[in-house]
Ligand binder design. Structure first.
Ligand code: SF4
Length: 328
């Protein structure tokens, strides 16, 4: 069950002496919006809620908060990502309560590791299961398995994001991904080259990435090769503060032009195929959230690749050593 705990966030807002708060909330929590606003109002805050899409902690609406005279931003569902903010920002991450599923997945995982003769490994997870990592470490140590929780850069220790796998850069050559879905495990593999063991605490399954990692690479190669045929490119920049890297974008433009390609830079808040219908560019280079080109590439009529994939497009790197775009 997913739970949002705002008691600590309220204490922090009070520390900032905030009176008017700017609330940002991810899509999955919007059905709870009225209850959350009412609770904050009864605690004495004046709340203005942003109903714009909010994909991650990189998406901070500081300009809007200032415009509306808000003293602080309350960012729900995510952990801190943007280092310096001009408006005090408080985070209230979403937490998953596993109940007895936690003990079950621990014993299933320990048995699996015993069969595979793995005695040492790293472990990572996403924000909603983060509170379970120390417990998992303790449980597995009872079975003689040594667990390393990696140090996060711009994330909590042991936490991974779709653009940040710093916590997975640990000494052991295998890593447990404690969570569900395949996006993060594939990201961990292509960012670290380590073997990934998925321990899913919801379905109670253990899985490794075999076919999936080959299929993922084939898809990336297909997109990059299609993008290579283009003569003109649109370099896509996000105006979201945590996703904007303008020096990289100018460098990419120069590099493409020096390879006799045409390149133009386009900025937008929400990157989408519709927003790009007017450009004649034959391929898109995404410099914002890397998940756009990985998860959503089917929604684009033209090939869309991540900015690090230009090295493969220009033949500077070969596919054998393919790496995923990361932001540390
Ligand atoms: S850039 Fe993408 S993956 Fe990274 S925090 Fe933002 S939404 Fe998440």
């Amino acid at each position: 069950m997913l739970k949002i705990e705002i008691t600590d966030a309220i204490k922090e807002l009070k520390k900032f002496k905030a009176r008017r708060g700017f609330l940002q909330i991810p899509e999955g929590l919007k059905t709870k919006i009225d209850e959350i606003v009412e609770e904050l109002e009864t605690r004495g805050f004046e709340i203005i809620t942003s109903m714009d899409l909010c994909f991650g902690a990189c998406d901070l609406k500081q300009k809007e908060a200032k415009l509306l005279g808000c003293d602080a931003i309350l960012h729900l569902g995510h952990t801190k990502f943007v280092e310096k903010t001009s408006v005090p920002t408080v985070y209230a991450p979403l937490k998953y309560e596993l109940g007895e599923r936690f003990e079950k997945i621990c014993s299933i995982l320990a048995e699996w590791m015993k069969d595979e003769k793995i005695k040492e490994t790293g472990v990572v997870t996403t924000a909603q299961f983060l509170q379970y990592l120390p417990l998992l470490k303790e449980e597995l140590s009872k079975y003689g398995i040594k667990i390393t929780i990696g140090k996060g850069q711009r994330t909590e220790n042991g936490q991974v994001l779709g653009c940040n796998y710093s916590s997975a850069m640990v000494k052991p050559n295998s890593i447990i991904y404690f969570g569900d879905g395949l996006f993060h495990p594939l990201g961990i593999h292509y960012a670290t080259k380590k073997a990934v063991i998925i321990a899913n605490p919801i379905t109670l399954e253990i899985k490794t990435l075999e076919e999936e990692k080959e299929e993922f690479l084939k898809r990336r190669i297909m997109l990059i090769e299609r993008a290579k045929q283009a003569k003109s490119y649109a370099i896509l920049v996000s105006s979201k503060e945590g996703q904007n890297r303008i020096t990289d974008e100018l460098k990419i433009k120069k590099e493409l032009e020096s390879n006799r390609k045409n390149a133009k830079i386009y900025i937008m808040d929400f990157i989408s195929n519709d927003a790009l219908l007017g450009t004649k560019a034959e391929a898109f280079i995404n410099t914002a959230c890397p998940r756009i080109s990985i998860d959503d590439f089917m929604q684009y009529k033209k090939p869309i690749i991540n900015k690090n994939e230009i090295d493969y497009l220009l033949g500077k790197k070969d596919y054998e050593n393919y790496e995923l775009e990361v932001v540390y």
